[in-house]
Design a protein around this ligand. Structure first.
Ligand SMILES: [Zn+2]
Ligand SMILES: [Zn+2]
Length: 152
């Protein structure tokens, strides 16, 4: 009744195995801004932002911490102006320090137990529910790859 949500896509950011559809997919960075009502603003609640990496195939959302979302945009800026290998290198260095990237990668490596259908975290060698062994990776577990921004 008092908040309007606005979703902005910042375009494709990386390619990674999707924890949702388990395929290598393009992920777009999106920013959702919810404008608070006047009353909330007066009570010093600012506008709320929410950042996500969204799978372009199955709509899987991976939440990105707000400071990291803005840091990515900041890191993209010089690259958009001038698409040099040097700027790309700098961008990738910054990106590799982001916690959401490791989280997304870890999530994508989780596996489903063939015996009981439980989803098990990537670092477990046996199902934590029924102790069935890890079936072995089926391939496709490539590390995330960044998509250089267009233009520049
Ligand atoms: Zn997906
Ligand atoms: Zn199991």
């Amino acid at each position: 009744m008092s908040a309007t949500a606005n979703i902005v896509s910042h375009g494709p950011l990386l390619k990674c195995k999707c924890p949702g559809c388990k395929e290598n997919q393009e992920f777009h960075l999106t920013e959702k801004t919810t404008q608070s009502s006047l009353l909330k603003k007066m009570m010093l609640f600012g506008d709320r932002e929410e950042w996500n990496l969204v799978c372009q195939s199955c709509d899987y959302h991976h939440k990105v911490p707000k400071p990291e979302g803005s840091a990515v945009l900041h890191a993209l800026m010089p690259l958009k102006e001038e698409n040099t290998p040097e700027n790309l290198q700098k961008f990738e260095t910054t990106m590799n320090q982001m916690s959401f990237l490791a989280e997304l990668f870890n999530d994508s490596m989780s596996w489903i137990c063939a015996k009981c259908n439980e989803t098990v975290a990537h670092n477990f060698q046996a199902c934590w529910n029924c102790s069935a062994p890890h079936p072995g990776y089926e391939g496709g577990d490539e590390p995330p790859r960044f998509i250089p921004p267009m233009g520049g």
